[in-house]
Design a protein around this ligand. Structure first.
Ligand code: NAD
Length: 425
């Protein structure tokens, strides 16, 4: 097991599973966790690999590889999204599953952690091909998922429609409609109000808490956002409404900049119309590889893993790093950012708004009673506020950075649950 980040090669530092292990090791050492508990917490409970035969639209047969990793069920059913991408690997899914365990524990909701993925490129697949992949994948997972067992949700390149197909397939096998088997569903199929905005809203809520530590107000905060999707797009929209100046948005095909603040809703409309954020009349095109290093108060990476590594961390000029994405910062970059005194809102806290409202969705589905948006947002704010306070007070008490504090808090809670339950033999 990796215990020091200093000896990591670039390949190791950008391997999500090794990155997760490095943080885990540090937090476990700070907590003085015994070796047995470390072994239990560091390994997943279950990993399933499935091969998904699908007939493509042109009649050819193809076989796609899918994974589902359940990292922990100590505090409740496993919970975590499903991503469709050609880059999906078992190591990535394993890391993401463990992050879900820690994330659910940080915000203290009664779930364990899981993640799934299918190695495919949704951009070259038709909707009907995607539907067939989803349905067969769901059918292959039947024995290990369910409202009491493991509850999937959307992640990169999966959406409400994919969740509707997933729920329908599970329900056909169960012979009755089981809305609580997935979250992130369309509103008409048991989705929750406020779910679509939840992750971005959570990012904004913890950033607002961090601002108070710096004596800053949103009006004098410049924000740079990488990734203009579900998380980044919503965070940018809500933060602008709260008075922040969104000075730059970075996407895979370009970046736009306006020192006075971009009109985020107009930029969303421009992207909808043209398919890109580039050439937005309300800003100037800038180099997408340089935009992350603009001077700003808040940097919000909300695209993929490994955006900030040993190769570029020294160039970051933000006061606060709010991790909308999962794993955007490598362990080696963490150390560089600590030296630069960047205040990091770690992913397992900052983007936990999504899973929190997923939990609300699951609760509402099981009760068959739905809340209004105000109630969802109030309860989300309560949880994000108290989780921020818990992480920061852990960091102050144990003199560790916020990320290690968040891991310590999570490990402590999961270890406590395992101790109470005992080991079944
Ligand atoms: P998304 O697919 O909706 O959006 C991602 C956006 O990032 C897309 O617009 C894409 O074009 C852009 N992008 C991809 N690579 C890029 C690059 N190299 N540079 C700049 N932009 C790039 O996905 P999402 O749901 O917003 O998820 C983004 C991240 O947030 C992922 O790490 C995901 O695991 C994490 N996350 C999502 C949620 C959620 O509720 N959706 C919750 C917690 C964490």
């Amino acid at each position: 097991m990796m215990t020091t980040t200093l000896s990591m090669t670039f390949e190791q530092e950008t391997n999500p599973w090794l990155a997760a292990e490095a943080r885990f090791d540090q937090a476990a050492a700070e907590l003085n966790l015994d070796d047995g508990m470390r072994k239990i917490l560091s390994m997943p409970t279950r990993e399933l690999t499935v091969y998904i035969p699908v007939q493509l639209d042109d009649g050819r047969l193809e076989v796609f590889t899918g994974y589902r990793v359940q990292h922990s069920i100590a505090r409740g059913p496993a919970k975590g999204g499903i991503r469709y991408s050609p880059q999906v690997t078992l190591d990535e899914v394993r890391a993401l599953a463990s992050w879900m365990t820690w994330k659910c524990a940080v915000v203290n909701i009664p779930f364990g952690g899981a993640k799934g993925g299918v190695v495919c490129d949704p951009h070259v697949l038709s909707d009907s091909e995607l539907e067939r992949i989803t349905r067969r994948y769901a059918a292959e997972l039947m024995d290990i998922i369910g409202p009491e067992r493991d509850i999937p949700a959307p992640d990169m390149n999966t959406n409400e429609q994919v969740m509707a197909w997933f729920m329908d397939t599970y329900s056909m096998h169960a012979r009755h409609t089981v809305t609580a088997v997935v979250t992130g569903k369309p509103m008409d199929l048991g989705g929750s109000r406020g779910r679509a905005e939840a992750t971005g809203r959570g990012c904004m809520l913890v950033t607002l808490k961090a601002l108070r530590r710096f004596g800053l107000s949103p009006e004098n905060c410049r924000v740079v956002v990488q990734g203009f999707g579900n998380v980044g797009g919503m965070a940018a929209k809500l933060m602008r409404r709260a008075g922040f100046k969104i000075v730059a948005i970075i996407e895979w095909d370009g970046a736009v900049y306006n020192p006075h603040g971009l009109d985020v809703e107009a930029l969303l409309a421009h992207r909808k119309e043209t398919g890109s954020i580039v050439d937005f009349p309300g800003g100037e095109n800038i180099d997408r590889n340089e935009a992350m290093f603009l001077e700003c108060e808040v940097l919000l990476p909300a695209a993929t893993e490994n955006a900030i590594t040993s190769e570029n961390a020294h160039r970051i000029r933000a006061k606060i790093l709010c991790e909308g994405a999962n794993g955007p910062t490598t362990p080696v970059a963490d150390e560089i950012l600590a030296e630069k005194r960047v205040f990091v809102l770690p992913d397992i806290l900052a983007n936990a708004g999504g899973v929190t409202v997923s939990y609300f969705e699951w609760v509402q589905d099981r009760q068959g009673f739905f809340w209004n948006e105000q109630l969802v947002n109030e309860r989300l704010a309560e949880i994000m506020d108290s989780s921020f306070d818990a992480v920061v007070s852990y960091a102050d008490k144990h003199r560790v950075n916020n990320r290690i504090a968040a891991y310590m808090l999570a490990l402590d809670r999961v270890a406590f649950a395992i101790k109470l339950r005992g080991i079944y033999a």
